[in-house]
Design a protein around this ligand. Sequence first.
Ligand SMILES: [Zn+2]
Length: 320
Amino acid sequence: MLHMSRRDFVVSTGLAAALGLNARLVVPAYAQKTPDPSPGFVRYKVGSAEVTAMYDGIWEKPHDPAFIANASVDDVKAAMVKAGLPADFVSIPFTVIVVKNGGKTVLCDSGTGGQVQPTAGKLPTSMKAAGIDPTKIDTILISHFHPDHIFGLMEKETNKPVYPNTEIVCSDVEYKFWTDPAVIDKLPEARKGLARRIQAVFPTWKNIRQVQGEPEVAPGIRFVSSPGHTPGHRAFHLSSGSSQLMISNDTAYVPALVVAHPEWHGLYDQDVNLAEQSRRKLLDRVVAEKLMICGYHFPFPAAGQIQKDGSGYALTLMKT
Ligand SMILES: [Zn+2]
């Protein structure tokens, strides 16, 4: 869901050095207030599929009146408190999952690659602790092309592929949107650098497979169209026997805000009305079919159950 601010971009690309700036002066040391989970992974079953949730870190986002267009900062603070979270910032953790099913190991999104926030980039440590060998991953499913979901595919500075021999699967709509040279002029300033990086990197890779619609993309996993956050955003639906997990990605990114208030329009939803429509459709399905749900920015371990709650929904996190 994140966009890179110009400041993050300077630090993450080494441009600070090129510009003669001292990165430590650009971003002062930040003391993270939220303790990291220990260990940094949780394993659970969905039927016979094994799911491992791995912590990549957190962004303790300062409040910003523009973050939710139709709610005040006080409304946002109250919603954070109602969800049992601190009021003084918006908690945006990053949790990446691996699904082992049908003899295949499938990574769902790639983490921040340590290139989005200084308090994130712990996925390699969590993956190691979970006993998952990154060279043994068969497929990487990408929900959308925001930095916190794809920068884990690219080395910092060089853009070299982290997974050169692994199949990467994404929506054709998402791929075409971001790789269209004409898109750069249409994007807001904060997104232009992201599109330039994507255009410099992805077309040179041979291991990206674009898929149309909602096909099965790995054993027991189908894409679910969920546009609005970005044009080609996809959720992933995992099914094993009678058990199912909706891997919602950024459809309902910060649940304290937009699960409780699906009508709230977030700054990082590219098309706010379509995002709301997709969010309601996905959450209604999860409720009606009593599916388990996980989300990339849900509080760790980022999985649980959703119920209707007045005009919104309520998330009950899995106990660990
Ligand atoms: Zn995100």
